[in-house]
Design a protein around this ligand. Structure first.
Ligand code: GDP
Ligand code: MG
Length: 352
């Protein structure tokens, strides 16, 4: 699963990317980087950490998500931007918005104004999509002379009557309610404004404690952070971190919220496997059934699936072992169609 980080120049994108993925890419103090970066982030999960502490395994493998960091988008270049085009294949977007003042770092639009920048970037996504949809419609119009297949005719109607007018009203496609069938049809276009988006407001260091924690809707969430503070926190020992967070009046690093919101935005959940060798998170889409989930671990487990033994992470922690969960009747035997819940600990019985 991949998220694309975008925004105007000097918003703190690369600094956030570095902190999320423990990378050390150059940030842009004086010049604007033309580089694209790709790296993997571990998603912190207190539930899994407690299971790790219970098992003390040789290997600990949390869930991960990948981030792409692209150069800053300029106002007005969206439809032509090759950088933006790199984000067509990602599953969701993270828009880093600058809310900090710094006289040494001129804002590309001349002043700091987060709401304006959010609208600006949304418009760039809309322009890029508009260009793509117009091109597709032109091609369909050409082939219409030879007659369109029912599928193509449906596509033409969807684009011309729903998608194009929405874009022309400067509304992102993510805000349109579509049937599952139409949504599937559109997926091939990889429309940028259709992707779920996480807005990360990068506030000044002195504003982190007082900033609103953010709201969340189904298709767009907001999180407030201070990118330099998060970078600092990430370099501290756990004890120093605790002290630093207390001083700031924060429960936990805001970075964790960015990571969890990324995960949620993608409609993902995690289930766990435990043992002395390994305590591990596996990533699935919400709604995935037991056999398919087993296949994420190994294709043999799906092929030879018999039953899944399932216990919630909380029950396992309370009881201390799978054996006592079994004794207490809290280790359930589930069939292939059982819908895995977030935080299930599973052991798959199989035979190949
Ligand atoms: N004062 C201040 N500087 C920041 C903040 N976030 C990022 N910066 C600095 O802004 C510059 C640009 O950051 P960078 O991550 O490269 O921005 P990008 O162009 O969006 O990738 C760097 O010098 C960062 O250290 C912040 O919250 N406050
Ligand atoms: Mg950058």
């Amino acid at each position: 699963m991949q998220l694309g980080i975008l925004g105007l120049a000097k918003a703190g994108k690369t600094l956030l990317f570095n902190t999320l993925t423990a990378s050390e890419k150059d940030t842009d103090k004086f010049s604007a980087s033309k580089k694209t970066h790709l790296a993997t982030a571990r998603v912190p999960d207190p539930r899994l950490e407690r299971l790790r502490d219970l098992y003390n395994p040789k290997r600990y493998v949390p869930a991960t998500v990948d981030y792409i960091d692209i150069p800053g988008i300029q106002k007005g270049e969206g439809s032509q931007s090759l950088d933006l085009a790199q984000l067509r294949t990602v599953d969701a977007l993270v828009h880093v918005v600058r809310a900090f003042e710094d006289p040494e770092l001129p804002h590309p639009e001349g002043s700091v104004n987060p709401e304006r920048d959010i609208a600006t970037i949304d418009l760039e996504l809309i322009y890029a999509d508009h260009e793509l949809v117009e091109r597709r419609l032109a091609r369909l119009a050409k082939s219409a002379k030879g007659g369109l297949s029912p599928d193509e005719a449906h596509e033409q109607r969807l684009l011309a009557e729903v998608i194009l007018p929405t874009l022309e009203q400067e509304t992102p496609i993510r805000e349109v309610e579509l049937s599952a069938d139409d949504e599937k049809r559109l997926r091939g276009y990889q429309l940028l404004s259709a992707k779920p988006i996480l807005i990360v407001i990068n506030v000044a260091e002195e504003d982190v404690a007082t900033a609103e924690p953010g709201e969340s809707g189904s298709q767009s969430h907001r999180v407030t952070i201070s990118a330099p503070i998060e970078k600092e926190i990430s370099q501290l020992s756990p004890e120093e971190q605790r002290e630093f967070l207390d001083d700031l009046g924060l429960e936990e690093p805001s970075l964790n919220r960015v990571l969890r919101a990324s995960f949620e935005l993608l409609g993902l959940i995690a289930f766990f496997t435990v043992g002395e060798d390994e305590v591990r998170a596996w990533t699935i889409r919400r709604g995935t059934r037991a056999r398919e989930a087993a296949g994420v671990i190994h294709s043999d487990l799906a092929r030879g699936f018999i039953r899944a033994e399932v216990v919630s992470w909380e029950d396992l922690l309370d009881l201390g072992s799978l054996a006592s969960a079994r004794d207490k009747g809290l280790l359930r035997l589930e069939g292939k169609d059982y819908e895995i819940a977030d935080g299930d600990v599973t052991h798959v019985r199989f035979n190949v």
